[in-house]
Ligand binder design. Structure first.
Ligand code: HCA
Ligand code: CU
Length: 393
């Protein structure tokens, strides 16, 4: 059915938009190698703002004097993105946070029995009481307030729901579910977020660690189940092996709604942001990184190459051009096919017929069985064959 012939009821709903809370300047500071000076933080903040993230989360002003000063500086830059700061659920931290000029405060409290016993030693009733005190203190200011429960997936769901419903009634703008230890499966995330969506009226945020490699999948499941905000960091840097990466989340959202994502975010800036942060923290961008890994748009096998040359959608769900990148079709190997070599011959302006191309492919495969080849080997073979033909005729 064409869109014109659809009745309003049968039209697909407008895709919901997901708010990104970019936490490189908070969770990212917890990455093993991270040390960001003030100017570096400002540069990261400006680049993320230009990319189009909705909010940025900064380290608690209670962490150190420098953290407090940097939070004030960045909050005062007048960026388009909302500046949030992260605090423990404590009135002293809340007072400090208000003074930074940040537009929102992200409160976090450990709710799992492990954290209740071995970290802060409080009961659920005491958590609710403390939360009410801090929220009350913040409500007098024009601030966005979020309350999140650390280690949500190892907390008793009944405790969690009681806490979330209480803070929702107290007027927080958002509640946060945090998979602090990366234990959640996509299904568990869908269930918890889906249930919470039925119980609270405020927005829902998801923060997921990557200990079992599920951080991106979990974030997408959270969004699909009704979360409104997702936490990310550049390249996923954070505590241990980190959280949902900005690029990974954006790629997942792009697949659902390419037009919306192209419009909301300046996608070609992603690679520069990742390279900048990678250099600052002394790491390489992983080869298999979503979107920007060096081979993310490299196609190799003969059947892939043939189809890609006819229509790139056959093996690409992300258009590299949207991210300012180019695809590469690798023809110099034993898995190659004569269609791919024909394309290369055309690029070189060499006229070769199918019989010749099949023969060249056979020779190339033979060479490639013995050693790795480069494009120049392919070109030499194509050219030498052409000159042989010309000498013969
Ligand atoms: C931590 C805190 C946190 C907070 C997440 C949130 C986590 O370092 O343990 O504020 O939602 O993963 O629980 O990053
Ligand atoms: Cu975290």
């Amino acid at each position: 059915m064409s869109p014109e012939s659809m009745s309003p009821e049968s039209m697909p709903p407008e895709p919901r938009s997901c708010r990104i809370i970019e936490s490189t300047l908070r969770e990212g500071e917890q990455f093993a190698n991270a040390f960001f000076g003030t100017e570096q933080k400002i540069e990261i903040a400006k680049r993320l703002d230009a990319f189009g993230v909705d909010c940025m989360e900064l380290t608690s002003p209670a962490a150190s004097d420098g953290s407090r000063r940097d939070c004030e500086r960045i909050a005062g830059l007048g960026l388009r993105a909302k500046i949030l700061t992260h605090i423990r659920c404590h009135p002293d931290d809340a007072r400090l946070a208000v003074e930074t000029g940040a537009q929102g405060i992200d409160i976090v409290f450990g709710t799992s029995s492990l954290l209740r016993e071995f970290s802060h030693g409080r009961s659920v009733d005491q958590i609710v009481e403390r939360a009410a005190e801090v929220i009350e203190l913040l409500r007098g200011h024009d601030l966005e307030i979020r309350f999140s429960s650390e280690d949500s997936f190892r907390s008793d769901p009944e405790d969690l729901f009681r806490i979330y419903q209480t803070v929702d009634r107290l007027g927080v703008h958002r509640v946060g579910i945090a998979d602090t230890v990366g234990v959640a499966s996509p299904r568990a995330v869908s269930q918890l977020v889906g249930r919470l969506r039925e119980l609270v009226g405020c927005d829902i945020e998801f923060h997921g660690h990557n200990d079992t490699g599920c951080a991106i999948a979990n974030a997408l499941c959270a969004f699909d189940a009704g979360a409104t905000h997702i936490d990310t960091s550049v390249l996923g840097i954070g505590e241990r092996n980190g959280i949902t990466s900005l690029g990974g989340l954006v790629a997942g959202l792009y697949v659902r709604d390419p037009d919306g994502i192209r419009e909301r975010y300046d996608l070609p800036l992603l690679r520069g942001i990742e390279n900048f942060v990678a250099e600052l923290v002394g790491i390489d961008v992983p080869f298999n990184n979503v979107v920007t890994g060096f081979c993310a748009f490299t196609h190799k096998a003969g059947i892939h190459a043939k189809a890609m040359l006819n229509n790139p959608s056959t093996y690409e769900i992300l258009d590299p051009a949207d991210f300012g990148l180019e695809r590469y079709i690798n023809v110099a190997h034993k898995l190659t096919g004569w269609n791919a070599l024909r394309h290369r011959a055309e690029q070189l302006n060499l006229e070769l017929d199918e019989r010749e191309l099949r023969e060249i492919t056979r020779q190339l495969k033979k060479l490639a069985d013995d050693k790795p080849l480069g494009l120049s080997d392919v070109d030499t073979l194509l050219r030498s064959h052409r000159s042989q033909e010309m000498t013969l005729s």
